[in-house]
Structure formats: structure tokens, C-alpha cells
Design a protein around this ligand. Sequence first.
Ligand SMILES: [Zn+2]
Ligand SMILES: [Zn+2]
Length: 481
Amino acid sequence: MLVPGAGGRGWYRHRVVAELARRGHPAIAVDLPADDGTAGLAACADAVAGALPDGPAVLVAARTPVRGLVLVNAMVPRPGETGGEWWTAAGRSTPTTSRTPSCTTCRSRRCRAPGRAGAPGRAGRPVARRLTRPGRLAVVRALVFEEFGGPLTVRSVPDPVPAPDGVVVRVGASGLCRSDWHAWAGHDPGVALPHVPGHELAGTVAAVGSRVRGWTVGDRVTVPFVCACGRCAQCREGAGQVCLQQTQPGFTHWGSLAELVALDAADVNLVALPPELSFGTAASLGCRFATAFRAVTGVARVRPGEWVAVHGCGGVGLSAVQVAVAAGARVIAVDVSPAALELARALGAEHVVDGAADVPAAVAGLTGGGASVSLDALGAAVTCVNSIRSLRPRGRHVQVGLLPPAAGRPEIPMELVVAGELAVLGSHGMAAADYPAMLSLIAAGRLRPDLLVTRELALDAAGPALAAVGREPGIAVVTRF
Ligand SMILES: [Zn+2]
Ligand SMILES: [Zn+2]
């Protein structure tokens, strides 16, 4: 199996390698650019060791051996090197290296020290192991698609194993989000097939990697859909939601529309759930509700009495309506669906506007000159442009809904941005460190994410529901696996 080393999403290459290891590929060749060799290989070595401690021989194309991995310049086999034949006949499973398991600590295949694969870890914690019972096939049920836009079927897949810094969570609930729909539709170039979607989750820790310090089996948790690395410049500045080495369940690796899901960098990303918060309600905190909370309070910095227009009243839009109302704003909700607008009104929207009408004119009329804050909570060219045109001078537009290029690029009216000194802001989820403020408002009853969950489904019903995301208002959550 060949994993290209170059490309715009190179930072997640190690996730692809880990996923291939999980799926039992006996040998993996990683084509790394010469200038990315050491760091890239170290990441791949870590990822493979975490995915499968007694896993495959890893064949790498690089100029120096890293952490005991076998060195093969397979692109152009040279005298005395092995593995070239395997590479040139990619797909022929003839690895030339020993399958002896590596030590999980030093990564040597000759190591016999405690901590070696299958033995207790150095810190007294068990090393990663499969979670299913002995004698039973190591599989879990998951929603899988084999091709973009193709059938969504529930079937058995290998169960995940935690990375050394990660955990595996037994999923208690997983929301169905428009971002999952984008992944299924093929709008995310980082998704590899076959794929398991799902990124809005809550559940119980079922297995813990050897380097995790803050979490144990049985903890009730959720996680931001952006799992930050905790080490890069963005993470050190407290902006893990834009971490350049982020992983995302359901995008960079298999997600939570399954019985079990693997999550990376657990000590950075896991959020403990209060006992009174159900999994079904907490699932939305991982994406839509937390995203809306940060967009309204952290990015737009909505003040009491301000007019806030919310364009698109799906899960994130309805969440934004509720958060903005709680912040003391006067809210105008915009959508083409009368049912979605009805829900927005029930959540406190002062006015509703039909999205098929002249939205900027309607908002200007209702507010006496435009909104102070306007959010595109859908992610479409028309809602983005309408949102910017709905603002009064010095207003703030926040782009919350994803706008993948495949869905068409909006023509931003930059002449209005300049003339009105408008702020055009992006908002991308919320880091785990920012959750406590939101959780305390939920505990106080000032925010009610439970009101947004309109449907609870079984995993077997998730396929049709995912394909139809957006047709029914509110948030659908899978709670039975
Ligand atoms: Zn980071
Ligand atoms: Zn989402």
C-alpha cells in the first residue's frame, strides 16, 4: 500500500498510515519528501505503534532510518536494499521484513523489556489491546461508505486501538451533522475510502493509551471535533481549534457513527461531562452547539441589545439563535423552511425572515439599517453574501457554515466591506479549554442544548438520515448502536 507523502493535507498522512495498519495491511510504504523525512517518519512511527503495537512491517522511502523502522528507498531500488520489488509491484503483499512486534517504548523489534507489545506498559498501564472479548471476532458495528455519494451501510469493521496519547471511546451518542454529509458527498479531500463518518460524540472511555495521564476507563466524555495536538504554536496560544496538526474523527480517520471511536491527544482534547448531561444532549456540544457558542460569544462578541441575524437554521443556526438570545441580543432568524423558522421562534428569535425573499432588505427594515452581527450558519454562497449584505456599517459577519469549494465560492461584496468597515470573520469550532464557560451556563439552565435535539435514532437508521441531512429541522442524534 503506497501512501503519497506530498500534498496539501500532508500533515494527516500519519493518520492514513495508522488506519492502514488497523485494517491489517502487512506492509506500508510511505513516500516522504526528502526535506520532510525525519518529522514525517516519526509521526508515522508513532501512529502505527499506537494503531497496532504488534502491527505491520513498515517500509519507508527515506534517506535515514528512524526509530528502528526498516529503510527502503523503494522509489528507485539500489543495490543491497530490500523492498523495492514490493514497492514497484504495489499491492503484492510480499513484505521483506520480520513481523516480530516492536517494543512499544523503544520501538526496537529485538527489545525484550517490560513494555514490549503484549506486556504491561512501563507506567503500569496496560498497553493498547483490542476491546472485544477473546473468542469473538474483533469487530464493531459502524456506518460505512465505500464511495463518495454511494450507499451508507451498517457493517462490522475492525475495532480501533488507542494511540499512545489517545483513547478509545464507547460511543453513547453521535450527531448527524452537515459536515458528515460533506464528507460523504466527497467535498473533503482528506477523507480516504472506505470511511466511517461521525464527529459529534459523547460516550465512555473504553481504552486508554500508555501515555495518557488524565483519563481512565469509565470516564464520561465529549470532545471537540477538532482534536488539537497540544504542542504547536496555535495550541500554545490557546487556539487549538485551528491547530495545524489537528485530527478530526470522521474526517482524518474513522469517526463516531460506530460503537467505538479512537481519539488522539486525550489529555488535550477530552472534556468531562457532568453526570446530569445525557449523551444525546452532550453529542451536539462536540460540534454544532460549541461552534455556535464560540461564534456568538468568542468571535462576534455579541453584546446585549445588539441585532443578530442568523442565516440558516439547521443545528448550528438554531444553536446560535439560542446562544445569542441568552447573551441578550435581539435575533432575526433566516431560513427557507417554515418548520425551521418555527423552531427558531420557539428558541427566542424576535423576527423570522423567509430565505427566499430579499433578505438584506428585510433585515435592514426590521433593524432600522442592518444587523450589528450576522452569521452564515449554513455555508452556501447565497447565505454568505446575504449575511454580509445584512450588516449595518461596522458590523461583524461570522462565517460558521463550511464552504467547500465544490459547493461554489461566494462573491464577497468587498466594496461594502471597505465602505462600511465591515469585519469578515471565520469561526472553526471551539477548543476543549474553552468548554467550562459553556458547561456552566448549561448547568445553570441558561443554555438548553437538549431543546435542539429533535430526533434520536438507531445506527441502522443513520444512513438514510445522513443522506437527507437538512431536510428535517433540528438535530438528529444516533443513541442506539
Ligand atoms: Zn496544535
Ligand atoms: Zn458537525
